[in-house]
Structures are given as C-alpha cells and as structure tokens.
Design a binder for this molecule. Sequence first.
Ligand SMILES: NC(=O)c1ccc[n+]([C@@H]2O[C@H](COP(=O)([O-])OP(=O)(O)OC[C@H]3O[C@@H](n4cnc5c(N)ncnc54)[C@H](OP(=O)(O)O)[C@@H]3O)[C@@H](O)[C@H]2O)c1
Length: 284
Amino acid sequence: MLAPTGSTRLAAVIGSPVRHSLSPLLHNTAFAELGLDWVYVALEIAPGSAIEALSAMRTLGIAGFSVTMPHKEAVAAACDELTADAAALRAVNCVVNNGGRLIGHNTDGDGFTDALATELGLDPAGLRCVVLGAGGAARSIGLALARRGAAQVAIINRTVARAEEAAALFPEVAVVVAPGEAATFISDCDLIVNATSIGMGAEPADGADVPFDTELIRPEHTVVDIVYRPLVTPLLAAAQVRGARTANGVSMLTHQAAIAFTLWTGHAAPIPAMSAAVSSMLVD
Ligand SMILES: NC(=O)c1ccc[n+]([C@@H]2O[C@H](COP(=O)([O-])OP(=O)(O)OC[C@H]3O[C@@H](n4cnc5c(N)ncnc54)[C@H](OP(=O)(O)O)[C@@H]3O)[C@@H](O)[C@H]2O)c1
C-alpha cells in the first residue's frame, strides 16, 4: 500500500460486526495493484447508527462505502438516490458519494452473474435455476437471474413465507417450492445456487451441512455455493464428486467488490489479484 498523502481518497465498509470483513483486503489489494492513492478501512457502526454514518460520509468527504449487516436496509432508506436493483431490493451494499449526493447501489446480483460469466462462461438466459434461500443474498441473485433472462427461478426456503416475498420481486419467472417438493425441481434444473448459510463453519445442531439431498446432483448441473468459509463447502465437495461444474463464493464476493471499486474509482478492477488475495486468506 502507498503511504497516505494529503490527497489520499478514502473508502470504507460500515457494519457490525465488521472486524472479520474481507473487503479491506480486496480493495486495498486492488488499489495497490493499480497504484491508486486510495485507502480502504473497516468502520464498526453500531446498529441504528447508519444515518449518522452517512452524514459523516458527506462531512468527511468519504468517497465510497460498502455496507454490510445490519445496515443495508437503513442505508437504502436514507440515500439520496437508489439504482433500480437497490430500490427493488430495499437494500444497499455500496454507496457512491457524488459530491455530497449519496447514490445507493446493490452490486450482489450483478456480482453473482459476472462471476458466472467469468468463472464458468455461463449466461443465465434460458436456464432453469434453483435458488436455495430467501434472504438478502438469495433475493439479489434471483432478481439478477430474472433480469438476465432465466427461464425459471425456483425458490426453495425453510420459511416458505420468505420465499413468497422473494418471488414477488421477479414474479414473471419465480416459482415458490416447498422444501418437501424440492427434488423434482432440483433434478430438472440447469443451475443450483446455495444462498442459505448452510455449510458455513461448524456443523449445525441438526446435523445438516448441505441444503438438499446431494444424490440429486447430475454431471449436467452447475452448482454454485455463495458461502465462502470454507472455500470448498460440503455441497461443493459432493457436487465435484458427482461430476457437476462448480464455483465457490469467492467469485461472487470478488465480483461484487469489483463493481463497487469501478463505481468509486472509474478504473476496471484487477479481479485476478483480488481473488488470489482473498482465496489465500481462506485456505481451508
Ligand atoms: N459470496 C458472497 O459474495 C456472499 C454475499 C452475500 C452473502 N453471502 C453468504 O450467503 C449466505 C446468506 O446470506 P444472507 O445475507 O442472504 O443471509 P440471510 O438474509 O440471513 O438469509 C439466510 C438464509 O439461510 C437460510 N437458513 C439459515 N440457516 C438455515 C438452516 N439451518 N436450514 C435451512 N435454511 C437456513 C434462511 O432461511 P429462513 O428464511 O428460513 O431463516 C435464509 O434463507 C451467508 O452464508 C453469507 O455469508 C455470500
């Protein structure tokens, strides 16, 4: 990293907790790679204090914020302007400070589809997709798949009411599938995306470390797990054994950050360097 100067630009991630964030590593790697006079830091912002953080962003002239839990919805409500995706999702993960006017973006969905294109050469147009989960990440991914022409996006979630809320964002291609009826949809689809938190870290108390019966996976499937700790989740390990094409969560993480980087700096992001830096931190 270059030593900060009088003209160093500042970007930051706001969240709580935030000390575990990989965003400083991703963005500082990118600044160093391109020799940009920018610095990126993590700011612990208490729940309920997002509006004060945005006010400070204006006062201090901070060029960009990444936004993580629990502030995505509060920031969406407080920005001066939202992109179409951020408005639909009512969640912001990236703020651009345009001369004091704060523009809220949501780069998760485009990060996911950019990752599909780059890592797997996959275009969602015409694909039958299954998205497991109905939280913030699943909604962004489902919306992005629908916008890119997916033929169907089946949403399977433990809490069916949340799946119905997600489906309302892209009703033309969404199908809500109860967990008990998932098998047919999974067998017949092209792309399976795990957007639940199943597979992260320690095995949960109920013992399920994969989000569905992995015997359903065929070599024709593409399986993406957006969980990135561990790099190879039990779902990805099973999918690889069964001959499916796979991608892990580092690809989405890197591409959503790359979009933010370009919005702030105007430069194309050095994606291979960012991806290598974060993967080396996450080695199992
Ligand atoms: N790679 C990336 O760039 C990226 C980006 C964003 C998020 N992520 C990862 O994606 C995951 C989801 O994030 P999120 O922000 O969408 O979280 P979220 O809003 O809290 O949603 C969590 C989802 O997981 C489901 N779930 C959790 N535990 C479950 C269990 N034991 N059995 C069945 N379903 C369960 C929840 O179902 P219910 O609705 O029934 O509770 C919900 O659909 C996290 O692991 C996060 O780290 C990765």
